[in-house]
Design a protein around this ligand. Structure first.
Ligand code: HEM
Ligand SMILES: *[C@@H]1O[C@H](CO)[C@@H](O)[C@H](O)[C@H]1NC(C)=O
Ligand SMILES: *[C@@H]1O[C@H](CO)[C@@H](O)[C@H](O)[C@H]1NC(C)=O
Ligand SMILES: *[C@@H]1O[C@H](CO)[C@@H](O)[C@H](O)[C@H]1NC(C)=O
Ligand SMILES: *[C@@H]1O[C@H](CO)[C@@H](O)[C@H](O)[C@H]1NC(C)=O
Ligand SMILES: *[C@@H]1O[C@H](CO)[C@@H](O)[C@H](O)[C@H]1NC(C)=O
Length: 460
């Protein structure tokens, strides 16, 4: 099958070369592709304007698209094209002597003719092809300006329609004498060229790929990460039990991290254009920071050396960094999704702007997460008090030497000569022996012995 395709393509290329009639080149940017073909026999140039490969812009989303023969917007003959709601396509040749809406040029140097057989704009996508007589002195390098506007003129009149300013514009050169037309461009027997619509076949697989990317990234950043940071923030103020840790580590370090890597990998493998937008830059940042953050989380938990920067609670700078970077990661995740919704979806999904409900949903998730996390700080004094009680208890049971073990969560002493501490471990509520608490004398700050655990949790 593959070899058949290759030999067919080769035959086709040979046929084209044998004719030696059609040459040209395609130029693409993030907004549009221009395919320029030159037929030296007929002295005719054919230009196809369409969305970039992988992008579909249906008639309902298409604004206008244009090229001009020159370097700058000023005094360059332009050919502006747009689809109308009835599926017809309007060509309008214009010119301007300033950076304002170009005015109609009723007598352009080269008159363009729409090639209706290869032009269409329907609910799938848009592709517009027209011909112009070749420049009498066709050089290999032709200067072009290009522009794309996302607001349709709304009228099929080539002369009276007003144009909203372009979304993007620029200039480039194409080699009309080059033999580098896209493989899918074919020519018919008598030299009339037609560009097949297959370069813009985003329909099947790439839409699925896009959905996979959105699902992985969206679930990680809008669901798993927020829950993953709320669990420790809230549960640690309510209980000394350590179940939050495996939950937090699994949600953020395994599931969310895995999904972020997947979303990033899918994008890198399938989407062209590099890091050329805010969404893409944020996505890259999110990817890098979540690697660092996961490593920091592992360090925070398993590497608690004693050092002078350590706080009484046993927390070092790594803990603080992990917390701060964690919030940054969550924020960048929200931002990545926002710019994805706002910029990229309309451009690459082929289904236009996302429904406003998605943005409302985004706002709800961000708002609820922020409120719940800030609300969780209300529990912080209680959390710190519980941690302090445990430390005091821990130092008392280790014969009053006043130093908690290197971890702020006391574990069974590894020095067997010491009296074995009572059973409470980090999975149990704090249960200080009554006698120890009563003889505690270094509590000049008015330390109140904790109530028996059965009555926990009291109100803060
Ligand atoms: C990329 C994903 C991660 C994010 C966004 C994240 C975020 C956070 C945040 C915001 C906190 C502070 C919670 C609070 O306010 O109480 C926190 C605490 C913590 N995280 Fe993570 N985390 C991630 C991955 C991990 C991993 C993979 C581990 C370990 C395997 C981990 C271990 C911890 C520990 C031990 C704490 C408590 C630190 C302390 O209280 O001093 N985290 N994390
Ligand atoms: C739109 O037009 C192209 C080219 O004629 C065609 O391949 C495609 O199937 C059309 N799509 C719809 C939805 O009609
Ligand atoms: C033909 O090309 C020359 C040189 O590139 C340019 O100066 C001239 O304006 C072009 N003529 C037309 C009709 O486009
Ligand atoms: C035109 O330029 C292209 C590269 O831009 C080159 O591959 C091609 O050989 C050139 N053709 C002629 C006739 O100069
Ligand atoms: C076109 O075909 C040639 C040879 O078959 C191949 O080297 C080239 O990569 C193809 N170009 C595209 C855009 O598929
Ligand atoms: C040549 O082109 C014309 C117009 O595009 C078309 O009607 C005709 O069928 C073509 N002839 C051949 C032999 O392809």
């Amino acid at each position: 099958m593959n070899t058949l395709l290759i030999s067919l393509t080769t035959l086709l290329l040979l046929a084209v070369q044998a004719q030696a009639a059609i040459t040209g080149q395609q130029y693409c940017n993030r907004y549009m592709c221009v395919t320029g073909q030159h037929d030296s026999d007929k002295n005719l140039d054919t230009y196809t304007l369409q969305p970039p490969s992988g992008t579909n812009i249906p008639v309902s989303q298409f604004g206008w698209i244009a090229i001009g023969f020159g370097n700058t917007m000023i005094n360059t003959p332009m050919i502006i094209a747009w689809p109308n709601s009835d599926g017809s396509i309007t060509l309008s040749q214009r010119k301007t002597n300033n950076h304002v809406t170009p005015i109609v040029d009723s007598n352009p140097p080269r008159k363009a003719t729409l090639l209706s057989s290869s032009s269409f704009s329907n609910s799938s996508t848009t592709s517009i092809t027209f011909t112009v007589p070749s420049n009498s002195s066709t050089a290999n390098s032709t200067n072009l300006i290009w522009a794309y506007g996302n607001k349709n003129p709304g009228s099929s009149s080539s002369s009276t329609s007003s144009l909203a300013q372009h979304l993007a514009s620029g200039n480039t050169q194409i080699s009309l004498l080059a033999n580098s037309l896209p493989n899918t461009t074919t020519t018919s027997g008598n030299g009339t060229s037609s560009t097949s619509s297959s370069p813009i076949s985003a329909g099947g697989s790439s839409k699925k790929v896009l959905i996979a990317h959105v699902a992985c990234g969206g679930i990680a950043t809008m669901a798993i990460l927020p829950i993953g940071i709320l669990v420790p923030r809230i549960s640690r103020g309510l209980t000394m039990q350590r179940w939050w840790f495996p939950v937090h580590g699994a949600l953020n370090g395994l599931i969310a991290f895995g999904l972020i890597v997947a979303a990033f990998g899918i994008a890198r493998a399938n989407f062209s254009g590099g890091f050329n937008s805010t969404h893409r830059k944020l996505g890259l940042t999110l990817f890098i920071l979540s690697i660092i953050q996961t490593l920091l989380g592992i360090l925070t938990h398993w590497w608690q050396p004693k050092h002078r920067l350590q706080s009484k609670s046993g927390r070092g700078p790594v803990n603080l960094l992990h917390m701060i970077l964690g919030l940054v990661v969550v924020g960048i995740g929200f931002g990545t999704v926002w710019w994805g919704l706002n910029d990229e979806w309309a451009r690459y999904s082929g289904t236009g702007k996302p429904n406003v409900g998605w943005k409302v949903g985004w706002g709800l998730v961000v708002g609820i997460t922020a409120l719940a996390y800030l609300g969780g700080f209300y529990l912080l004094p209680r959390q710190l008090r519980m941690e302090k009680e445990r430390r005091q208890w821990a130092s008392n049971v280790s014969n009053g030497n006043g130093h908690p073990t290197s971890k702020f969560v006391p574990t069974t002493s590894n020095n067997s000569s010491l009296p074995p501490p009572p059973p409470p471990t980090h999975t149990r509520p704090l249960q200080p022996p009554q006698t120890v608490v009563n003889t505690n004398s270094n509590t000049s700050t008015g330390y109140v012995p904790p109530p028996p655990p059965r009555r926990l949790p009291p109100r803060v």
